[in-house]
Design a protein around this ligand. Sequence first.
Ligand code: NAD
Ligand code: ZN
Length: 345
Amino acid sequence: MIGSGLDLAATVSGTLSPGAAALITDSRVSSLHSASAVAALEEAGWWVTGVFEFPAGETSKSLDSYGDLVRRLARSGLGRDGTVFALGGGVVGDLGGFVAATYARGVDLVMLPTTLLAMVDSSVGGKVGVDLPEGKNLVGAFARPRLVAANLDWLSTLPERELRNGLAEVIKMGLLAGGRFFDDLSLIPRAAAGDPAALETLVLHSVRFKAGVVAEDEREGGRRAILNYGHTIGHGLEAAAGYAMPHGEAVSLGMAAEARLSRERLGADLVSLHEDLLGSAGLPIRAPALNPDAVLTAMGRDKKRRAADAADTYRFVLLEGVGAPRWDIPVQAEEARRAMEAIVA
Ligand code: NAD
Ligand code: ZN
């Protein structure tokens, strides 16, 4: 359920019978939105056993926070028939979702995404989990929420940089989808400025598109891989920067480089289209400090690589045209390096 001014109490009541609810959220979102969420749940007849908060930020998506949360749930007496409500961005959704998938061998999960990234991406598709010091998202599960409810008003408190982060995924999906979704990417500048109608249109397109892709291939045996467009180099950039670079900015740069690979390999010249769209969201298309060798090294450690591939071969999603992605395309390190060199500022 997606909408401006979404009535959370009515939305939850329309889908689920009330019971015991544990609200998991982070310190930042809690101060902004947990009181109204608790009030809505109580209005809908739920018994809120507690607001389980952890410090905001990716470093909380850890086994330590996971252990801490499940123990706090146990001490609160939440039973198997309880429901976890995860109120927050992708970190809360991934961590809270993993708690719901595993606590008491699994309790019901409701996602209440509050960042644009969580609304368009992480709350759709059932992947939940935590990071290890050895790598991001290395421990996790597939967990289907009973309900995902996104009140677009929550975005009004989101910092502009976080909004742009989510827009990188929206642009990615519009390029993959083509059609009306792609045409509506003309709304990106308005969405970047916080226009609710533009945001609503783009969130709806994104959720429909991602849900459609995931429904066909939940476990990523094939086509779900297209969602990694811009992410092969993007993840390499993030890892090489020690995760100091925001994900959306890394994906933006990744798409700028991978558009060049698409041109080389598939003959589709979408480079200036990418630059215009990403630029219209205020996202970067040039990286001053990019070190292609460090990025290639980080790409070599990616968990999505195939064991059978040669050390200098990487698998890419490339675009044959707007709305025409191809996946699993082997690319040599040398070609990937040239594509990255082209985006060094
Ligand atoms: P996040 O959850 O850390 O949120 C970003 C920041 O915004 C945090 O400081 C948060 O407290 C704050 N915030 C959240 N909502 C707010 C609001 N309404 N107003 C003001 N501040 C608010 O980060 P994110 O970008 O939402 O998510 C990133 C995470 O999502 C990563 O861990 C990534 O791995 C994961 N992810 C998962 C999937 C999936 O399929 N499961 C897909 C994409 C990304
Ligand atoms: Zn992403």
